[in-house]
Design a protein around this ligand. Structure first.
Ligand SMILES: *Cc1c(COP(=O)(O)O)cnc(C)c1O
Length: 397
């Protein structure tokens, strides 16, 4: 049954290969398929041929991942000097990096500048002053506030500023000897409403025009991340996102589309990962319950923190049964609440959204959590309850 269903997420034969690969290994771990990462990167490049890609390192900072993307010509959006150092150690030049975090220590700006970083995001006067002091003459881009609506994992409130603040920042940047280079926004991660780019690009157009009247000619728009991975709830494919975003840009800017930067994280690495885990305990808390509790050897602290509020719903498969939109009424399935192994009661993955899985599932059986290539290993705790961080096996199939 799952061989029919799982093909939405994996190529034919891949599930079998993952099972074989996993057979002799201690769970939990993440299997990353570099071929798929390359394919997702190439797809994005093909669909947004005019855009410069800056991979958001935080989505999956695995060095093998960074290397294959670097080989394909990707640039990189870094958030900290630690990511900067990792990339420098891999031989990636600072010219290919943007310092996209709006929250920076002054000494970290100085360090990044000393290593050659010349492109910085900002959304506040204080941060701008630090950049002017420690990274003189650099290009800065200003992050516009987005509310994140329509996104499974919104990045709202914390980042960006309203247009009145942005306007003043651009004037001040020029006065301080920086180059007010462009604007950025992030419409929210796993953004399902493509119209959110329309709103944001329209704001950019308004800002380009207003600043032009003040003699500041911006040159660049960073359209952020937000492009989808394939979770339980289907999303549009990247062709449709790219086509729509391109249309919005053309509607607002006509033939004068500025330089476009895109910063994908999730959409590049998400689909390439499968977490292999094991059923530790299966139990019922009341004899009358028609569902069971299924405790895995991975949970929120092991890398699945994006299940907070059950925001991201990963496709989950067992050896024998599938969950998702198919076979809901199959007699061989039953409902499970799925939880992690740690001694914290918030470590429950799915309770409101119970998953239908094989009713004969046994402790020790392997369970496969798909679309886990992004925002898993980088979120994994280092030793809660003594559990080591999530291991990654990088492979190609
Ligand atoms: C996290 C992040 C991204 C990547 O977003 P995705 O939705 O994972 O593609 C891009 N830009 C910035 C500034 C980010 O913080």
């Amino acid at each position: 049954m799952e061989s029919k269903n799982i093909l939405r997420y994996l190529d034919p034969g891949d599930f079998q290969k993952i099972k074989e690969f996993s057979a002799d290994k201690e769970t939990p771990f993440l299997v990353l398929n570099l071929n798929r990462i390359e394919r997702k990167f190439d797809e994005l490049k093909k669909n947004l041929p005019y855009a410069k890609i800056y991979y958001a390192v935080k989505a999956n900072p695995n060095s093998e991942v960074i290397k294959v993307l670097a080989d394909r010509g990707s640039n990189f959006d870094i958030a900290t000097i630690f990511e900067l150092n990792q990339l420098l150690d891999l031989g990636i030049s600072a010219e290919r990096m943007s310092y996209g975090n709006t929250i920076k220590k002054e000494k970290d700006i100085a360090y990044a500048y000393s290593k050659g970083v010349r492109l910085f995001a900002t959304d506040s006067e204080s941060d701008l002053n630090k950049i002017a002091k420690q990274a003189p003459g650099s290009r800065v881009f200003f992050r516009i506030l987005c509310d994140g609506s329509g996104a499974d994992w919104p990045l709202s409130r914390k980042f960006g500023a309203h247009l009145d603040v942005i306007f003043n920042l651009a004037l001040r940047a020029k006065k301080l000897g920086l180059e007010p280079y462009g604007l950025s926004f992030h419409v929210g991660s796993q953004q399902r409403d493509i119209g959110q780019w329309d709103n944001a690009i329209a704001q950019c157009k308004y800002m380009f025009d207003s600043l032009s009247e003040a003699d500041i000619e911006l040159k660049m728009i960073n359209i952020g991340g937000g492009f989808p991975s394939d979770y339980l709830q289907p999303s549009n494919n990247i062709e449709i996102y790219a086509r729509e975003v391109t249309r919005f840009l053309q509607e607002d800017f006509g033939d004068n589309i500025p330089e476009i930067i895109v910063e994908p994280g999730r959409s590049v690495t998400g689909d390439s990962g499968v977490i292999v885990t094991e059923a530790v305990l299966i139990s019922q808390k009341s004899i009358a319950n028609h569902y069971s509790w299924l405790y895995l050897d991975i949970g929120k602290f092991g890398g699945l923190i994006e299940t907070l509020d059950e925001a991201i719903k990963y496709p989950i498969f067992t050896e024998t049964s599938a969950t998702g939109d198919l076979d809901e009424n199959d007699d061989n399935l039953k409902e499970y609440i799925i939880a992690g192994p740690t001694c914290d009661s918030m470590d429950i993955l799915y309770e409101n959204n119970k998953y239908k899985l094989d009713k004969n599932l046994k402790e020790g059986d392997k369970i496969y959590i798909l679309t886990t290539g992004a925002y898993t290993t980088s979120y994994s705790a280092i030793c809660f309850n003594g559990i080591p961080p999530l291991k990654t096996y990088v492979t190609r199939f």
